[in-house]
Design a protein around this ligand. Structure first.
Ligand code: GLS
Length: 808
């Protein structure tokens, strides 16, 4: 462990000087905010010294550099994480206490940068953590949005979005690198000139903006590697302040030029399943791709000169979903237009350097852009895409039956659109899915024609999570217990968590597992009281579904279960229910009506249930607003049931399933995404599986059968009742009833199979919760889940990427 402070005394001395020099006040007069700022500055400066050493090591050994391009990074708060990774958390906490401060209080001042929507963005952050831990020279490349994902407030049960002004007090971890700014051109027209018998192209008349990088340190556990995340901000190339307009009182016009440039990095699009046809989104994508490629090549040139053949040997560029799909054409553009390489050589270099991960099979998330928009905004990049497409089509194997259809499915340009997923596959040497089932579906369905053409490109990399953040940091009481039992090795190698299996028969230890869970439930209950003014009982089961709201994730199924249990308990006070708190959290894309109505339904049910003394002994419903990394870290450790109930085949992987498993929750889920791997590792007897399987879902959908009304009629007392309650006034008091959900289900023929899976789901829940009375056995299953969760460490995932894709 490379500790940044040898002793409390050393820390105190450095810290005192940091506080006073930064605030300009005597220590006693400084505020908690001053102290927080100074602490971050101190840790950041230590991190930068290690970064310098890392950089030297990478340079001297000629280590391959991996660049992870992602339009989202959900990094969460960094301070606690970095103190843990540098091995000084306890030392710093004690020293601060002796100096009259509380570490946790100071940590609350850190913004939680919401530069991502959900799983995809958080995965990117876990990967940065693991790359640094594994000693990989791995760098994030993304966007620095002025405003994060909206702040979610609940008003009369409904989601309201307000601005997330996360930079309002500045961001103490970042360093602006004006010297590394890159000029990015949009629009204009392509000009070709002949040079030594060969055409060379450049673009004239572009509208330029400046991409300015900000670097954030990424500290790996063990403290030996500090990498960086580089995020780009858009600014005007030069200040064009219109003084005349200003003097005439037209302040908006005076600043119009700046505002237009800054708009490109103003916001994160609040959707994790595509937001298409928006010119600004395309500009964002090109900005971070072009600026990123420029900075990658700049570093390469300094180390290896212009011997571009060596690029794939020293550089890997990974594209996280299709958002950075322009990496291929942009790299081609630079190599051909600026570095004067022949097309074939440039193509060989490009495809050996780039790899691609697909994160979803939802058709609406496979990005497509109208050719007319694309070619106007990025004329030269479009020409290159057109040439890639022409060559792809020309070389297409026409000897096989059905080649026309295969070509149509895999073409880049089709129907007036640029298909970014196909572009990504064609420009990459590797294409992976994020869980076994997902990769199978890509190979068999979504990308089957590519798989038939180039099966060797395809591989699976099941997602993972950082055990430092989601166990050590989020769950200190459990982490302490684990370390007492098996030592600290699990922080380095999460596979060591399997040593906990030896304690599954130890009643005293299981007692302590339960006590730690209870402590976390109390902590969450306190948060809920503060945030929502709701009292929840830490002695009840905490049943948790936290994730983005989406029809396929079926929060609707979960709340139907709650409605059903409520109805049955009211009808029969002797109906036995294990006392449970049903906890939901998550945001819905601001334009996604169905998802937002589901949130409103949950809050409307909560409003009724929580105020009905007839059921309050046994149930409460709790919606925690504004789900984000920081409150997620309070929720996962408190969970006992992990709701992973997506329609089978739809959730590519899921990662909250892994976070909850590691924290000792039992999965109540369908055979979908990484749930399948959870069951394989921990055994079906330690989880609770229900519902249709992916092949059954396919079959049902393919049959075109209409069953919604049959289901409704077949179960009038329970399912039928729940459906009726969408449109009567049972849950309408808060802000009206739920006609649109009703219509979606009954007229849309239950597309997500909520009604089909309802009976088996509720039954599974009842069976699972009946087991809660045998607390010893419950705790054993919880511990077993933790013991089997080590494989889901993102360290394991990253080692697979390193060995099988990046060759780093
Ligand atoms: C997602 C998937 O929906 C998740 O299942 C997956 O775990 C995550 C990371 O691979 O990627 N795809 C997406 O567009 N948003 C996601 O969270």
């Amino acid at each position: 462990m490379n500790r940044i402070f040898e002793s409390k005394e050393e820390f105190k001395e450095l810290y005192l000087s940091s506080v006073t020099s930064l605030s300009g006040k005597p220590f006693e007069m400084t505020s908690d905010f001053d102290r927080f700022q100074a602490l971050v500055k101190l840790v950041a400066s230590k991190a930068r010294s290690v970064q310098t050493e890392t950089e030297k090591r990478v340079h001297d050994t000629g280590q391959k550099r991996v660049y992870y391009f992602s339009i989202e990074f959900l990094i969460g708060r960094l301070l606690d994480n970095y103190l843990i990774n540098f091995g000084v958390r306890d030392l710093v906490a004690e020293a601060l206490k002796e100096m009259g401060s509380n570490l946790e209080t100071l940590e609350e001042y850190e913004p939680d940068p919401a530069l991502g929507n959900g799983g995809l963005g958080r995965l990117a952050a876990c990967f940065l953590d693991s790359m640094a831990h594994e000693g990989i020279a791995g760098y994030g490349n993304g966007m620095r949005y002025r405003y994060g994902l909206f702040k979610q407030e609940i008003v009369n049960g409904a989601q309201h979005e307000t601005t997330d002004d996360w930079l309002v007090h500045g961001y103490p971890w970042e360093v602006r690198r004006q010297d590394k700014a890159v000029r990015i051109g949009f629009g204009g027209h392509v000009v070709g000139t002949e040079e030594n018998g060969r055409m060379r192209y450049h673009t004239e008349g572009t509208d330029d903006v400046l991409a300015v990088p900000y670097d954030i340190p990424v500290v790996g556990y063990g403290g030996n590697t500090v990498n960086k995340l580089r995020v780009w901000s858009a600014e005007p190339v030069e200040e064009e302040f219109d003084l005349d307009a200003f003097n005439a009182g037209d302040y908006a016009k005076a600043q119009a030029h700046r505002a237009e440039a800054e708009a490109i990095s103003a916001i994160l699009y609040p959707n994790d399943a595509g937001e298409h046809g928006r010119l600004l989104r395309l500009k964002q994508e090109y900005l971070f791709v072009a600026a990123g490629i420029n900075s990658v090549l700049d570093t390469f040139r300094k180390e290896h000169g212009s011997d571009w053949k060596l690029l794939p040997q020293y550089v890997a560029i990974h594209t996280n979903d299709t958002h950075p799909a322009m990496c291929g054409p942009e790299l081609m553009r630079v190599l051909v237009d600026e570095e004067n390489l022949e097309w074939d050589e440039a193509w060989d270099i490009t495809t050996k350097t780039i790899s691609y991960t697909n994160h979803t099979i939802l058709p609406e998330a496979l990005e497509k852009w109208p050719i007319s928009t694309f070619s106007k905004l990025l004329p030269r990049v479009y020409q290159i895409i057109d040439e890639i497409s022409r060559r792809y089509n020309a070389a297409f194997d026409r000897s096989q039956d059905g080649w026309q259809d295969r070509l149509r499915q895999t073409a880049i340009l089709w129907d007036g659109e640029v298909r970014m997923a196909n572009l990504s596959v064609i420009c990459s040497h590797s294409v992976n899915g994020v869980a076994k089932l997902h990769t199978d579906i890509l190979e068999r369905e979504t990308l089957k024609d590519f798989y038939a053409l180039t099966p060797q490109k395809f591989n699976n990399k099941t997602n993972g999570i950082s055990p430092r953040r989601f166990l050590a940091e989020a769950n200190p009481s459990y982490a302490k217990l684990i370390t007492e039992a098996i030592g600290t090795g699990w922080l380095d190698d999460a596979a060591e968590l399997s040593k906990l299996e030896a304690f599954e028969g130890d009643p005293a230890f299981l007692e302590r597992v339960g006590a730690s869970k209870h402590e976390n439930k109390v902590r969450l209950a306190n948060y809920v009281r503060r945030e929502c003014g709701l009292a929840i009982d830490p002695n009840s089961i905490f049943d948790v579904q936290v994730k983005r709201f989406h029809a396929y994730k079926r929060q609707l199924l979960n709340i139907f279960k709650v409605m059903d249990i409520y109805n049955r308990r009211i009808a029969d006070p002797n109906f036995r229910v294990a006392p449970t708190t049903f906890i939901f959290s998550g945001k819905a894309a601001s334009s996604y009506t169905f998802a937002k109505e589901t949130i409103r339904l949950i809050n409307s049910v909560a409003n009724v249930v929580n105020n009905d003394p007839r059921v309050n002994e046994v149930m409460k419903v709790c919606f925690i607003p504004n789900f984000r990394v920081s409150n997620a870290q309070l929720i996962y450790p408190a969970a006992e049931i992990s709701e992973q109930i997506s329609t089978a085949g739809m959730e590519a992987s899921g990662t909250s399933n892994m976070k909850l498993m590691m924290n000792g929750a039992i999965t109540l889920g369908t055979m979908d995404g990484a749930n399948i791997e959870i069951v394989n590792l921990a055994g079906a007897e330690n989880e609770k599986i229900f519902g249709l399987t992916a092949p059954e879902v396919d079959e049902l959908r393919a049959s075109g059968m209409h069953f919604a009304w049959d289901m409704y009629n077949a179960d009038p007392d329970r399912l039928g009742r729940v459906i009726d309650e969408l449109t009567d006034d049972t849950f309408a008091a808060l802000s009206g009833n739920f006609e649109s959900i009703y219509n979606e289900l009954m007229n849309g023929n239950d597309h997500d199979l909520v009604m089909k899976d309802f009976a088996s789901y509720v039954q599974a829940w009842e069976e699972l919760t009946q087991g809660y009375s045998d607390r010893m056995d419950w705790n054993r299953r919880a511990l077993h889940n933790t013991a089997c969760s080590g494989w889901f460490s993102s360290d394991r995932t990253i080692r697979e990427y390193r060995d099988e894709i990046w060759g780093a």
